[in-house]
Design a protein around this ligand. Structure first.
Ligand code: NAD
Length: 474
């Protein structure tokens, strides 16, 4: 049986208290690994290691740090098959997705920030007889806390800019999918990352959250996960004036106008709703369709959803794998039941698929009002609703009508309309005639309950550095 150990000061180790939890393969319900269930003592131990490593690492040139990150990226690429297999076993996602999306993107994240740190220029402001220059210096030790839906992809998305900027990291991958992130210890070591610069802790976040956020030596917390946890972290951080970046939940709208490119829109709506079993914060789970297209698109969506191949994540051709855990499976099923109680009509799906494993049929629901819980709360599974609208104003009101504001996609060939509507949508990311097209240089994040701050590109490097202005009179 695999053991998922903490990685502290360049060595794998058991937890200080010797406590364990299990990692389960959600497609088979079989145990995959024993995982260290850390406590605040483990966090303190990791912080001590990071403290020792910080002076030397932060003094390294950006080029030297970039070299190590590039090597880490190369090792990930060379271990693609192994990492993709483990990601799929741990998370339930189709192997093909792990192989073409998750793991390649983990390597790209490291490569991207290795390149970005070399381009991270610092400002100068000239006055009469004086000049200011602004140094951006690493913060010190930072916590990087990531979720289970894109395990290695989102873990590396945080640690890469933190390390590139010269910080030491306490990484906390999700306890639900810890395996690939745990391998980053050996990958970092092989790449030449000095001991103590990257420490990886496993276990339930609630057991170590306070120490991860409030320890005096932690200078910033970069968190991706649910809005509920984000609120807890935000409160803990506020009392100690910590810098925080919070990437949280979404209830994103996909808005389809009558003047869209129909086939492109249909494919986009489907992809946005059900990719990764609907477990991407960017998924479009509220599909808003103009009246003129509603019945046609409803029929076509049902036809396409029924064709999605659901089952063994390891099998070639599988498009829908298992959802991540028993707990999450039960939550999604209860959300479907709630949708029925609220008066929703299940157009397709709505049930468990098979007897073993946490598989849920991709589900489409209609007949629900904008303000019911189903259309307000994040489900984070293969469940989407459709609603119709008549005017642009109504579409904007529906789209903006939740507490979330992460990512919307708009489908229309009328470019004046798309610019106009993009101005009025309250979200951090607006896609026009596309979905999840990512340029890593762009600001990534949400408004309202979806987020605080932005990741990506120089925004991430600014987050992981402190500005210091130096003014010289001459
Ligand atoms: P979660 O909030 O349960 O857990 C996320 C991480 O926080 C885990 O590593 C967990 O151990 C840790 N954690 C839990 N309690 C903690 C505490 N008290 N202190 C410190 N850390 C703690 O989220 P999840 O279920 O793993 O992920 C799903 C959620 O993530 C969804 O809401 C989804 O929308 C969101 N998400 C957002 C983005 C984004 O970029 N906005 C991306 C992916 C996922």
């Amino acid at each position: 049986m695999r053991k998922v150990l903490n990685f502290i000061n360049g060595e794998y180790c058991e937890g200080v208290k010797g406590e364990w939890m299990e990692s389960i393969n959600p497609a088979t319900e079989e145990k995959l690994a024993d995982v260290v269930n850390s406590t605040s003592e483990d966090v303190s131990k990791a912080i001590e290691a990071a403290k020792k490593a910080y002076p030397a690492w932060s003094a390294q040139s950006p080029e030297r740090r970039a070299k190590v990150l590039r090597k880490m990226a190369d090792i990930i690429k060379s271990r693609l098959d192994e990492l993709a297999t483990l990601e799929s076993l741990d998370n339930g996602k189709p192997l093909a997705v792990a192989k073409t999306v998750d793991i390649p993107r983990a390597a790209i994240n490291l490569q991207f920030f290795a390149d970005a740190i070399g381009q991270f220029s610092q400002d100068a402001y000239h006055m009469k007889n004086a000049v200011n220059y602004t140094r951006r210096q690493p913060l010190g030790i930072v916590s990087c806390i990531s979720p289970w839906n894109l395990p290695l992809y989102l873990f590396t998305w945080k640690i890469a800019p933190a390390l590139a900027a010269g910080n030491c990291v306490i990484g906390k991958p999700s306890e639900v999918t810890p395996i690939t992130a745990s391998l980053m210890g050996e990958i970092a070591k092989e790449a030449g990352l000095p001991n103590g610069v990257l420490n990886i802790l496993h276990g339930q976040g609630s057991r170590m959250g306070e120490e991860l956020v409030q320890n005096k030596l932690i200078k910033a917390v970069s968190f991706t996960g649910s809005t509920t946890t984000g609120k807890v972290i935000s409160k803990l951080a506020a009392s100690e004036f910590k810098k925080v970046s919070l990437e949280m939940g979404g209830k994103n709208a996909t808005i389809v106008f009558g003047d869209c490119d129909y086939d492109k829109a249909l494919a986009g709506v489907l992809r946005a709703a059900y990719s990764n079993q609907g477990q991407i914060c960017l998924c479009g789970s509220r599909i808003l369709i103009h009246d003129s297209l509603y019945e046609r698109m409803k029929g076509d969506l049902i036809e396409e959803i029924v064709k999605l191949k659901i089952g063994d994540p390891m099998a070639a051709g599988t498009q829908q794998g298992a959802v991540v855990s028993k707990e999450h499976f039960e939550k999604i099923i209860s959300c479907i039941e709630l949708a029925k109680e609220e008066g929703g009509r299940i157009l397709t799906g709505g049930n468990r698929h098979g007897d073993t494993g946490y598989f849920i049929e991709p589900t489409l629901i209609e007949g629900l009002g904008a303000n019911c819980q189903t259309n307000q709360q994040e489900i984070f599974g293969p469940v989407a609703t459709i609603q119709s609208f008549k005017t642009e104003e109504e579409a904007i009101e529906l789209a903006n009508g939740t507490n979330y504001g992460l990512a919307f996609s708009v489908w229309s060939e009328n470019s004046s309309r798309t610019h106009r509507i993009a101005e009025k949508l309250d979200a951090g990311i607006i896609w026009i005639n596309t979905w999840m097209l990512r340029d890593l240089r762009t600001p990534f994040g949400g408004t309202k309950d979806s987020g605080v701050g932005r990741e990506g590109g120089f925004d991430a490097l600014r987050f992981f550095t402190e500005a210091k202005n130096i003014c010289i009179q001459y």
